[in-house]
Design a protein around this ligand. Structure first.
Ligand code: NDP
Length: 341
């Protein structure tokens, strides 16, 4: 009999998420039936979307999330013992599954419950949650579909040292752009330049005048603003610093996720009109897994060629998953935040 540990949502997050909103519980798993396999979590992913998507999750349910899961027993020829899957099983150490998602999954989109992680060669398997996973696919596809970077253009990415941001900047660099990024510490800003090839960076927490700082960073304006954060930077950049025909790629709004109410968005329509900007939102979960995989072909090549570098922020221990999650909102991570189970 296998006992699974799981983190259960016992209170919906209100304002800043709290550790006490989650509870560590145990569950005895049933023996496998035909068609099922037993998966063991190796790494859990912690991601900002969990803060907002849990609003739709019933209390008492396992905390939502993706994990790198290893097949350790199988009565399904599709799931081979020893294979690694990226699976939306939630925060649990062991899972019995036939690979079919529940119709009422909290993500409320047709996710593939468990997808075999592509062959990564000698790269760490945890990249299946990062560069060769959801954040990597987001960076690649949102830049391709909306950003459409051209050589010589100027790209600004906020949240630049995070899971998605450090990849966006590198893709923009590979595409021949000048890359600017903002992050919340001097250490992050310096690593962005030394490790990931950013041209210039901005510590948005210590800048005394954000408008002036952006002007210094991008004196000729910005062609692509990759926005994961919203808030002050967006209010300044969209109306005041975009070049004509610029693109604003909106993928997140983390500066407001822990606020009790979603703030009113200022009206940028006039500058959007005058500069003929394209402003478009993007949600990775609405893109088919096959489309992610097409992007991963090129990204895996870049990784092996050393053109794309990865960084992970690893928290040790299943018991520390809530701290790792809350750390996202305190800016603790550089690169992709994962928990080693
Ligand atoms: P990150 O790895 O970037 O972690 C979060 C980072 O956000 C922190 O390290 C911190 O860095 C920054 N941050 C946290 N709180 C605030 C705040 N109040 N104001 C400003 N910055 C803050 O996470 P991801 O790369 O996984 O996600 C980044 C964003 O992209 C999120 O908004 C997420 O929801 C979104 N996203 C959207 C997807 C989509 O399909 N639409 C897919 C994946 C992610 P710092 O030190 O710079 O403050």
């Amino acid at each position: 009999m296998v006992k699974a540990k799981k983190w259960v949502l016992v209170r919906h997050f209100e304002g800043m998420a709290k550790e006490s909103d989650l509870e560590l519980q145990e569950e005895e798993l049933p023996p496998l039936k035909d068609g099922q396999a037993l998966f063991e979590a190796q790494y859990l992913s912690v991601d900002p979307y969990m803060r907002i998507y849990t609003a739709a999750a019933p209390l008492g349910s396992t905390m939502i999330g993706e994990q790198v899961a290893k097949v350790i027993e199988s009565r399904n020829p599709k799931f081979k013992v020893g294979d690694y899957y990226a699976a939306y099983f939630g925060w649990r150490t062991h899972t019995v599954s036939d690979g079919v998602p529940a119709a009422d999954n909290a993500l409320n989109v047709p996710v593939n419950l468990a997808v075999k992680i592509p062959d990564l060669g000698n790269l760490p398997i945890s990249l299946g949650l990062g560069t060769i996973g959801m954040p990597g696919a987001t960076a690649y596809l949102a830049m391709k579909e909306i950003g459409n970077p051209k050589p010589g253009e100027t790209v600004f990415v906020n949240g630049a040292a995070g899971a998605v941001g450090h990849i966006v900047g590198q893709i923009a660099k590979i595409r021949g752009c000048t890359v600017l990024g903002s992050a919340g510490t001097d250490e992050k800003c310096s690593i962005l330049k030394s490790d990931f090839g950013f041209d210039k960076t901005l510590n948005y927490k210590t800048s005394k005048d954000l408008n002036q700082s952006i002007k210094e960073l991008a004196p000729n304006g910005i062609d692509i603003y990759f926005d994961q954060v919203g808030g002050d930077l967006t209010d300044i950049i969209v109306p005041g610093h975009m070049r004509q025909k610029g693109r604003v790629v909106i993928i997140g709004h983390i500066s407001k996720y822990n606020e009790a109410e979603m703030p009113k968005v200022p009206n940028p329509y006039l500058p959007v009109l005058i500069n003929e900007l394209r402003v478009e939102g993007f949600v990775i979960f609405r893109r088919e897994r096959e489309v992610w995989d097409q992007g991963f072909v090129e990204m895996i090549q870049w990784l092996h060629q050393g053109k794309l570098k990865y960084k992970e922020h690893i928290t040790e221990g299943f018991a520390n998953a809530p701290q790792a999650f809350l750390g996202l909102f305190k800016g603790e991570n550089i690169g992709k935040a994962v928990v080693r189970v």
